[in-house]
Structure formats: structure tokens, C-alpha cells
Ligand binder design. Structure first.
Ligand SMILES: [Zn+2]
Length: 114
């Protein structure tokens, strides 16, 4: 389960950012998970809750899936996808990912200064 190590890395990013601002508190965290990253949104959300519960609390955690583009291997149609497996909306054949959404990144960190 590599979601756990990703969650730890995200926590490290939060700690680094908060260290720059004394007397600050994390209020919200946004993470974008690419459609081709192989990361389960639900699993990552769960891991983040577990990892972050030590040191941070009372913040909003939003993990969203970022769409990518896939191309149908049968009819060639290109379409937006958010979750594997990618099925062609026109003919139902399997498609392969072609662009976008193969990464994971922290989209925003919101802090409140006392
Ligand atoms: Zn197709």
C-alpha cells in the first residue's frame, strides 16, 4: 500500500510549510490525484486521516481525482477519464491512457495564523 508513504510525504510537506509561519495552524489541505497515478482516492484519504491525526487536527482534508485523457484501442475515440479501467463510452472497448493525470500533488495548504 504505497498510499501510506504518500500520506507521510504529504504530512512532511505540511510540516515544512507550517514551520515557515510561527503560531500557525493547518485549516485545510487539498490533494489532487491523477487518473493514471494508480492511487486510490479513498485509500489515500484514509491514510491521510491516520497519519495527520498525530500533530494536526480540526482541518479540512480534500482529496480529489484529476481527470486524464484516454484513447479507445478499438475505435480511436479520445475521452476524459477519472478512474480505471477506462472503457470507451462509444463502443465499450478498453482504452489506454494517453495524457494527463499521472501524478499526485498537493494543490493547496490553508493555514491560519494566530
Ligand atoms: Zn471505442
Amino acid at each position: 500500500m504505497h498510499e501510506m508513504s504518500l500520506a507521510l510525504e504529504i504530512k512532511a510537506i505540511c510540516e515544512r510549510e507550517l514551520a515557515k509561519l510561527p503560531e500557525s495552524r493547518l485549516t485545510a489541505l487539498g490533494v489532487e490525484v491523477g487518473a493514471f497515478s494508480g492511487v486510490e482516492v479513498e485509500t489515500l484519504q484514509f491514510c491521510l486521516e491516520v497519519v495527520m491525526s498525530e500533530g494536526f487536527d480540526g482541518f479540512r482534508c480534500e482529496v480529489v481525482r484529476q481527470p486524464g485523457t484516454a484513447a479507445c484501442l478499438s475505435c480511436g475515440l479520445e475521452f476524459q477519464v477519472t478512474q480505471a479501467p477506462f472503457e470507451c463510452p462509444r463502443c465499450g472497448a478498453l482504452a489506454r491512457g494517453v495524457s494527463g493525470g499521472d501524478s499526485l500533488h498537493v494543490s493547496y495548504i490553508e493555514v491560519e495564523c494566530e
